[in-house]
Design a protein around this ligand. Structure first.
Ligand code: UD1
Ligand code: UDP
Length: 378
């Protein structure tokens, strides 16, 4: 019998876990692979809730998170921790996802060890080294180090070709975020979480609900203050609308948001929600204000317009398609765009009926098939 190929998945933050979960399960089901999962735990609580929902038991846990960690802390701790793991299990492939410091540090560790690197969600670009920081460079550098690139869209493939990456190693698969969303929606349909029941009771009193998230480094400082001021303005104009804001645990977000928005009857601040409760809430919302990458890709599947609290995006497909409206951090721009979309039903209906340009729910299956083929070639 042929030897099994050994695959190591490395994930560290909430979005990486959500987007890799469907893939990890598919690889585990296949008899051709030995699968190990290493969590860096760049996030802790926010990561663990995803692992629990998708029933992923890590084989290795670097447990690196510290309060107010910086990029040096994360990079050094991951490189040191991963070295031992890679040397002990000697995988044939390492899979990383997206653009975090977990992604880049793991890619460097993989390159130093001479192991094949597979990058999921490859080829997204703003071409601005400072925005998003450090994610844009994490992506570009990971692409340089990767051997196999799984791109969500045609445009992300074209970005890589322009960077002289060999076409034969680039595959368009769609984004696994849609696969995860489909699994999640199925789970929450069968079983409402207690948190869903609590939120349902709160929302009932209002005619509409707007969901908000924000965490990007570029929005630390003035950005997050402006976003909060815009939310106050929106809540004053839309009196029958509740704003729900699950606040990221980063103190640079949590402290100003709590200071500016607590004690407002129409703005409900909650801790980060478990993934199932969050996608239920997305589905319940009328529209979403966010600077998140993953939410830009999920919302179109649910027909929810996204008002994007950023200056640029590496997901321009959503803007061109009409699902995403880019507003930056200007208070009036955020408030006026939101109120307009909430009150103009013709405009709203047009946006909410658009298709999702990021994926169709089959990305993980495509990736598995491609890797199986690659192995046969070796
Ligand atoms: C990280 C990623 C970002 C990604 C985001 C997803 C980098 C540089 N940033 O940003 O690309 O979009 O995750 O959310 O890789 N914290 C907790 N518990 C948690 C998670 C975070 O307490 O479960 C707090 C800690 O104080 C931690 C801080 O948040 O030090 C910042 O976490 P970090 O991963 O460095 O940055 P994020 O802003 O979460
Ligand atoms: N999410 C969640 N709970 C929350 C907020 C977001 O489970 O309270 C999920 C969301 O559905 C998406 C992912 O987390 O899949 C996005 O993570 P985040 O915005 O932190 O990171 P980004 O995608 O910007 O890297």
């Amino acid at each position: 019998m042929q030897n099994k190929s050994s695959i190591l998945f490395v994930i560290g933050t909430r979005p990486e876990a959500i987007k890799m979960a469907p893939l990890i399960h598919l690889f585990k089901k296949s008899s051709e692979f030995t699968v190990n999962v290493c969590v860096t735990a760049q996030h802790r609580e926010m990561l663990d809730q995803v692992l629990e929902i998708f029933q992923i038991k890590p084989d290795f846990d670097l447990n690196i998170m510290k309060e107010n960690q910086d990029l040096f802390d994360i990079t050094i701790r991951i490189l040191t921790g991963l070295k031992k793991i890679i040397l002990s299990i000697k995988p044939s492939f390492i899979f990383v996802h997206g653009d975090t410091t977990t992604t880049l540090s793991s890619s460097i560790a993989c390159f130093y060890s001479g192991i094949k690197l597979c990058h999921v969600e490859a080829g997204l670009r703003t071409f601005n080294k400072k925005s998003p920081f450090p994610e844009e460079m994490n992506r570009q550098l990971t692409s340089r180090l990767s051997d196999i690139h799984f791109c969500p869209t045609k445009r992300s493939k074209e970005n890589l070709i322009r960077e002289n990456i060999d076409k034969k190693n680039i595959f368009i698969t769609g984004n696994t975020v849609v696969d995860a969303l489909e699994i999640g929606l199925e789970k929450i349909k069968k079983n409402k979480t207690n948190r869903v029941k609590e939120l349902e009771a709160k929302i009932e009193e209002f005619h509409n609900m707007i969901l908000v998230t924000g965490h990007r480094r570029e929005n630390h400082g003035t950005g997050i203050v402006n976003i909060c001021k815009a939310l106050i303005k929106i809540s004053e104009e839309l009196k029958n609308t509740m704003i729900i804001y699950p606040v990221h645990l980063n103190p640079k977000i949590m402290i100003p948001v709590n200071k500016l928005l607590k004690n407002n009857d129409r703005i409900c601040l909650v801790e980060p929600l478990d993934y199932l409760t969050f996608i239920w809430l997305m589905n319940k919302s009328k529209l979403i204000l966010t600077d998140s990458g993953g939410i830009q890709e999920e919302a179109p599947s649910l027909g929810k317009p996204v008002i994007l609290l950023r200056e640029n995006t590496e997901r321009p497909e959503g803007i061109e398609n009409g699902n995403i409206i880019l507003v930056g951090d200007n208070i009036d721009e955020i408030a006026n765009t939101t109120v307009e979309l909430m009150t103009n039903s013709t405009k709203y209906n047009k946006v909410s009926q658009l298709k999702n340009p990021f994926g169709d729910g089959n990305a993980s299956k495509r990736i598995l098939k491609i890797i199986k083929k690659q192995i046969k070639k070796c």
